[in-house]
Each structure stands twice: as structure tokens, then as C-alpha cells.
Design a protein around this ligand. Structure first.
Ligand code: ADP
Length: 305
């Protein structure tokens, strides 16, 4: 399994001039070229993944996007979590629809430097279950990367569906030159073993793992401040060490984070002085640094690793 073979003439994994792949129809070839062309104006691509749902992957993706935008980056946030698109709600954009411009989709703008697109914007009823067969989900993920007017971006963050199925695979394969994946986990053992599978998925795809975030790590009592390790503690860090990948840090379980998500006010902006916002900042520091540099081709990066 691989993400995409490199172009024979320039070594870039997603080079639009790369030749037709075996078995590819004219239409598929044209669409793949269009996708690669669209991504040429995006300097960095980061996928946010998790082994299972409910660990706070979208929360991390939304706050990472907010944090990078607050720090001068122009950011795109693409939510392709087909079964739980929570990004619109996290930015107070639930019920909004993106405009069309010819045959491309205009992402929703937040504050001028954050552009958001979510599968949630296409659902007429937010409470309805999405019952789509695999090819439909794959098609929609590719379309959102290819047909959205992302423009010039310092970084595109993709909030992937949980697990290691077709959908994260499509996202990873469509972004063949992505910088890598941020893996979100909670400290308890089950989530940690799920996340090991995500890491091995990235390795099979030659997608670098940028690091692991341990979310919901310790609950600070709002009354006495005592920290209770509801889901255990340190599992994510131990796992990162044992699998030889960076540990980005811990985010505490904080009722204010839930409230920010529910109110559609990104925590990293509206609650910037809280301990949990500082924890987000600490986790995202290396990613801020990464997105401030020119992107390198995957071959160059792998040589350095
Ligand atoms: P996922 O994308 O992994 O399914 P979400 O980001 O949608 O998970 O988060 C699931 C729920 O957990 C949401 O209600 C969110 O507000 C909450 N949550 C996420 N991170 C935290 C945290 N650090 N503290 C408290 N609640 C959190």
C-alpha cells in the first residue's frame, strides 16, 4: 500500500504532470490532475487522525486551525468526518451552506485567514444518519480537496474520520505530499491500542507521524483544583516513546472545552488564558514552526528522518 508514486521527471509525489496510472480512465486522470493542481497553492498539509471516535480529534483539529490562524498562518480546515462532522458546530457555523462559484465550492471564511469546509454543510438535517456507501464517501472526500477554492494556504488541516478504513486512506492518498499526521488519543488502554493501529497505518502509507496528542488527560476539579486521572495518565506518552514518534503533549479534560465546542467558540481564541488553552499551545508549537517553513518534497523529508 502506498500513497502515490513519485513523478519520474521531478520526484514530486503529487506532480500534476505525472503520467496516467494503470487502469485509470480519462476522467479519473483528469480529476487527479485537477486535485494536484489545486493543492499546488497549499504549502503544508496536516491530517488529524484517531484510532476511534470521541477522543477529541475534531476538537484538536479545530483548535489547531484556530491557533495557526491566530499566529499569522492562512489556514484551511477540511472536515471529512462523514459520520460525525462536528467542525461546523465548533465554529458556530451549523446550518450554513457554502456558496458555489462555477463548478467550485467557496469555503466558509472565519476572520479572513481561516477557511472551513465540512461535510456537515451539505447535510440538510444535522441529526440524520449519513448512510453512504464507500465509493460515495471516497468521492466526496476527493471532491472536497479538489473542488473547494482553498486559494493560497500556509496549511490545510484535514479532520479525518476515525479508524483506518477507506476514508482516512482516501484522505492520505489524495494528499500524497502531506507533511504528516497528528494522532489524537485518550490515555486509557483501549484508545491507546487503537492508536497503535493508526500509527502502523501511517507507516504503511509512508505518511510521517508528526506526533501524538494525549487528550482528556486528567480532570481538574473546578472546586478544589485536584487532578483526577479519569482515564489513567501517561499512556499516550509511553506509547509514543515505545513507537519512536514525537509526543506533542497533554490536554486536560476541561468542562470549558466542552462548553466552547457547544457554543461554537473555538477555545484557543475565546478562552486563551485558560490552562487548557496553554496546553493546546504547547502541543501545537512544533506545528506552528513547521508551517512557517517552505514545504519540502516527501523524498527530501524521508532522507532527513
Ligand atoms: P472526535 O472528533 O474524536 O469524535 P470530538 O472532538 O467531537 O471527538 O469531541 C468529542 C466530545 O468531547 C465533544 O463534546 C468535545 O467537546 C469533548 N472534548 C474534546 N476534548 C475535550 C477536552 N480536552 N476536555 C473536555 N471535553 C473535551
Amino acid at each position: 500500500m502506498s500513497r502515490s508514486s513519485a513523478c519520474s521527471s521531478c520526484d514530486k509525489a503529487n506532480c500534476p504532470s505525472q503520467g496516467r496510472q494503470s487502469g485509470e480512465t480519462d476522467e479519473q486522470f483528469a480529476q487527479r490532475q485537477k486535485l494536484a493542481k489545486r493543492m499546488e497553492s497549499v504549502k503544508h498539509k496536516i491530517l488529524v487522525m484517531s484510532g476511534k471516535g470521541g477522543v477529541g480529534k475534531s476538537t484538536i483539529a479545530a483548535n489547531l486551525a484556530t491557533y495557526l490562524a491566530l499566529n499569522g498562518r492562512t489556514v484551511g480546515l477540511l472536515d471529512v468526518d462523514v459520520h460525525g462532522p462536528s467542525v461546523p458546530g465548533m465554529f458556530g457555523l451549523a446550518g450554513k451552506s457554502p456558496a458555489m462559484d462555477g463548478d467550485s465550492i467557496v469555503p466558509l471564511d472565519v476572520g479572513g485567514t481561516l477557511r472551513i469546509m465540512s461535510i456537515g454543510f451539505l447535510l440538510e438535517d444535522a441529526d440524520a444518519a449519513v448512510i453512504w456507501r464507500g465509493p460515495m464517501k471516497i468521492g466526496v472526500i476527493q471532491q472536497f480537496i479538489r473542488d473547494v477554492q482553498w486559494g493560497e494556504l500556509d496549511c490545510l488541516i484535514v479532520d479525518c474520520p476515525p479508524g483506518t478504513g477507506d476514508e482516512p486512506l482516501t484522505a492520505a492518498q489524495s494528499l500524497a505530499d502531506a507533511d504528516g499526521a497528528v494522532i489524537v488519543t485518550t490515555p486509557q488502554d483501549v484508545a491507546v491500542s487503537d492508536v497503535r493501529r493508526s500509527i502502523s497505518f501511517c507507516r504503511q502509507l509512508a505518511l510521517p507521524v508528526l506526533g501524538v496528542v494525549e487528550n482528556m488527560s486528567g480532570f481538574a476539579c473546578p472546586h478544589c483544583g485536584e487532578i483526577t486521572d479519569v482515564f489513567g495518565s501517561g499512556g499516550g506518552e509511553e506509547m509514543a516513546q515505545s513507537m519512536n514518534i514525537p509526543f506533542l503533549g497533554r490536554i486536560p479534560l476541561d468542562p470549558q472545552v466542552v462548553a466552547s465546542c457547544d457554543e461554537g467558540k473555538p477555545h484557543a481564541y475565546f478562552q486563551a488564558d485558560t490552562d487548557s488553552s496553554k496546553a493546546f499551545e504547547a502541543c501545537f508549537a512544533t506545528l506552528l514552526d513547521l508551517t512557517g517553513h517552505e514545504s519540502k518534497c516527501p523524498q527530501e523529508r524521508m532522507k532527513e528522518e
